[in-house]
Write a protein that binds this ligand. Structure first.
Ligand SMILES: [Fe+2]
Ligand SMILES: [Fe+2]
Length: 475
């Protein structure tokens, strides 16, 4: 059942041809998806042969197949992780009952909203990244960008399948709307803020895939616990694809840092303008990019207190990160959780019912995970013998959503006046001049095994291939 049938128009492992009506509806959506890809997918890329991986099975072992593919010919399809026999609901008020194979009427609206919100992020990131192919620092990086893009396209398929299969006409309408919204467009934007920001250069792309794809990981992990079994199974498989996206982000930033440190040591310079004179990205600018992408991503977890979050948990729609590994009662009725509150312009901890603070719980799990990678980036700087250290800003820094949106907080957690904020913002967040400088470095490198001056080579190739194969062939 988990082997993927590639003989069909829409590859799948859900026996799509046993449901003709559904199959026809999805086959009608398919050309609209392809036309969206043609318009909003990676710019000028449609004739390239790209060394891509394609899923061959949804089993944990050996699901990937690598070959040269033109992206419009990529076999996007519907892949769910294998069904777990007798799976039971393991949190919330339905705990112990069988999981749902169909959508319970009373949870229909909430589930649809969760699926649409997740689904909307997938095409959004493709749109945000569509110009980056023109300035890739190497063929290796270009190939990784395209791999991420086609997989985000497949994640859209994953959510659209659920909408078509389980939500009738409303679901089909939502699936159409997912192809109509556009990242950053004023009259019909994507649903979530971070997905309307631009990803204008490769440092932004690496930060996005490190931080914002990691938000994706935590949301998908919470949905993989869902009592609605098809949602749990589809997000589980999406997570296997997501891991590569975060790898691209972490290793990408790490390579930028490595190159900067290498040039700083070689020329014995430290000041940002001296580093820039060498054509590298100074560590201070990297810190400002980090501050921006981190804080914008924190907002994606939603308000720190949320009755919706409590409802989603109680009713079994969305669990916590690693729900099954937690040793508590999985009901959380009498438990509290500390969130930050603003009193007289100061941050004060406040205990609230945990059920209402589940967005914050997930955000804190994300923070721990994010910090680990920043520590690994610092190891690169430390190894070079340089004193600079990157830091994750305080979680109240630059927030636009929830209680913390009402205060100005410095990266070190200190409340500051609006005046101080205005005076220091250019030290804390990328300025137009920073972005222009980084943009000035971006230029396409197309010789196999060559890299732009501002980034070092990766440690190893894709699928154990050498570094100097043509990962993308231009036609
Ligand atoms: Fe995704
Ligand atoms: Fe992703």
């Amino acid at each position: 059942m988990s082997a993927i049938d590639y003989s069909q128009k829409i590859p799948n492992n859900v026996n799509l041809n046993s449901d003709r009506v559904l199959q026809r509806a999805l086959e009608q959506w398919q050309p609209n998806f392809l036309s969206w890809w043609g318009d909003m997918g990676p710019e000028g890329s449609h004739q390239h042969d790209v060394y891509l991986r394609t899923a061959t099975s949804a089993e944990p072992s050996g699901w990937a197949h690598f070959d040269y593919v033109k992206m419009p010919d990529y076999r996007w399809g519907i892949f769910l992780s294998p069904q777990v026999q007798d799976r039971k609901i393991h949190f919330g008020e339905h705990m112990g009952e069988d999981v749902w194979q169909e959508v319970p009427g009373e949870h229909r609206a909430n589930l649809r909203r969760i699926i649409v919100t997740q689904g909307d992020t997938e095409p959004a990131s493709v749109e945000q990244q569509r110009h980056l192919g023109l300035t890739a620092p190497s063929l290796y990086d270009l190939r990784n960008l395209f791999q991420i893009n086609v997989e985000e396209g497949r994640h859209l398929w994953a959510m659209v399948y659920l909408l078509h299969r389980y939500f009738g006409r409303d679901g089909r309408e939502e699936a159409d709307a997912l192809l109509q919204r556009r990242s950053g467009q004023e009259d019909n934007p994507r649903i979530l803020g971070a997905f309307n920001e631009q990803t204008p250069d490769w440092l932004a792309f690496f930060m996005f895939t490190y931080f914002t794809d990691r938000d994706g990981k935590f949301q998908l992990c919470a949905l993989a616990e869902s009592s609605f079994d098809p949602l749990a199974r589809t997000t589980k498989f999406m997570l296997t694809e997501e891991a590569h996206h975060m790898f691209v982000g972490e290793s990408g930033v790490s390579r930028v840092i490595a190159r900067t440190c290498e040039l700083m040591k070689k020329h014995n310079v430290e000041a940002p303008d001296q580093v820039r004179a060498l054509g590298a990205i100074d560590l201070q600018t990297i810190q400002r990019y980090l501050n921006f992408h981190y804080s914008v991503t924190l907002d994606l977890f939603g308000a720190d207190q949320s009755s919706n979050a409590a409802t989603f948990y109680n009713t079994g729609l969305k669990g916590r990160y690693e729900e099954t590994k937690r040793g508590d009662d999985h009901l959380l009725k009498d438990r509290g959780y500390k969130i930050l509150n603003v009193v007289d312009g100061k941050l004060v901890e406040k205990e609230v019912p945990m059920l209402n603070a589940l967005n914050e719980v997930l955000r804190d799990d994300f923070i721990k995970d994010s910090e680990a990678g920043v520590g690994r980036w610092n190891k690169v700087i430390e190894k070079a013998g340089l004193p600079f250290r990157l830091t994750v800003p305080h979680k109240a820094f630059n927030r636009q959503i929830g209680t913390l949106s009402g205060v100005r907080i410095a990266p070190d957690g200190r409340p500051v006046s609006q005046e101080e904020w205005n005076a220091k913002a250019s030290e804390w967040m990328p300025t137009a001049a920073d972005r222009a400088y980084v943009a000035s470095l971006m230029g396409r490198v197309v010789e196999p095994g060559q890299y732009a001056n501002w980034i070092s080579a990766p440690l190893s190739g894709i699928n154990k291939q050498p570094l100097d194969i043509p990962y993308v062939r231009f036609n």
